[in-house]
Design a protein around this ligand. Structure first.
Ligand SMILES: NC(=O)C1=CN([C@@H]2O[C@H](COP(=O)(O)OP(=O)(O)OC[C@H]3O[C@@H](n4cnc5c(N)ncnc54)[C@H](OP(=O)(O)O)[C@@H]3O)[C@@H](O)[C@H]2O)C=CC1
Ligand SMILES: O=C(O)C1=N[C@H](C(=O)O)C[C@H](O)C1
Length: 265
């Protein structure tokens, strides 16, 4: 079998370790390289079951044998990796969240030179939930207040989560609204009555919560809650491998998990 040669960025991180394990278990893929942050004690450490793979800070060394890079790091790290992958035609699977508009534009531009998967949540369940939210928002466009509540572990550095923001975008699009104009990120003090055109966000951080998202449609006399709860990071890792398989025959272009799961209209 022709195995996919996949490198992992942030190989010593929570998702990086999970991805290395998933690659070790995948019959159609092999860990072909590993990247770490320069200065980290992880540099030079051996990872995975494939012989000779060590965590490298130097991109040329870490990516020498790879056709794919899976990157769950930080926006500044991903953008550095992005430039290298675009230049060398390495397919890039981006799970990192917290990009600003300039970062997102750089990803779109790089997709003209390499195939890129960019999704704030690679789990099948969350991506099906996005589809359910589109339907719910269209059916409850009047008379329902929409609030998005997310909870994550104490180490998470960005808020709201990339998934919560994506949920907001999907709902705003379905309602013909612009999320930048209607999002309310937290409330404090005398806020006045709720504006029905807004989409509210609430963020919880604590302990080892892997990732919970609930969208509340609160009407008169009833409320609907659509929730997804992660109980293992394995679902993100298996989604990332599925994304690699999807990119196998793509040379360029920007894709998301809705493409992988054929959930686009
Ligand atoms: N799309 C999805 O399905 C999912 C997305 N995520 C996202 O993935 C990202 C990583 O999450 P998680 O694994 O929990 O985070 P961790 O902090 O556990 O891991 C991050 C890794 O990236 C490395 N890193 C940090 N900064 C840089 C940099 N500037 N350049 C290169 N490498 C860097 C870290 O190195 P060091 O340890 O030395 O700091 C570490 O190895 C987050 O943005 C998170 O939101 C998470 C889960 C699922
Ligand atoms: O940082 C995390 O852990 C997660 N981040 C992603 C996000 O910001 O949505 C995906 C998942 O919720 C876990």
């Amino acid at each position: 079998m022709n195995q996919m040669k996949i490198a992992v960025a942030g190989a010593d991180g929570r998702m990086g370790r999970m991805l290395v394990d998933a690659l070790d278990a995948a019959p159609d893929a092999v860990l072909a390289g590993a990247l770490g942050l320069a200065g980290s004690p992880a540099i030079g450490q051996r990872v995975g079951q494939a012989p000779g793979v060590t965590i490298e800070a130097d991109l040329a060394a870490g990516l020498a044998g790879a056709d794919y890079l899976i990157d769950f790091t930080r926006p500044e790290g991903t953008l550095k990796h992005l430039a290298y992958c675009a230049e060398h035609g390495i397919k890039l699977i981006i799970g990192t969240t917290g990009f600003d508009d300039a970062g997102k534009a750089a990803i779109a531009a790089a997709a003209e030179k390499a195939a890129i998967m960019f999704a704030p949540n690679m789990s099948v369940g969350v991506n099906v939930t996005l589809k359910l939210l589109e339907l719910a928002a269209k059916s409850m466009s009047e008379g329902y207040d929409i609030e998005i509540i997310e909870a994550h572990h104490r180490h998470k550095v960005d808020a709201p989560s990339g998934t919560a923001l994506k949920m907001g975008e999907v709902i705003a699009d379905a309602l013909g609204r612009d999320l930048d104009e209607c999002a309310v990120y937290g409330r404090e003090g005398v806020t006045g009555e709720r504006d029905p055109s807004t989409i509210g966000f609430a963020t919880i951080r604590g302990g080892d919560i892997i990732g919970d998202h609930t969208v509340l449609f609160a009407g008169t006399g009833e409320r609907i809650e659509i929730s997804h709860k992660s109980s293992s990071r394995a679902s993100y890792a298996s989604g990332a491998l599925r994304a690699c398989r999807f990119l196998a025959d793509k040379a360029t272009g920007l894709y998301d998990m809705q493409d992988v799961l054929a959930l686009k209209d």
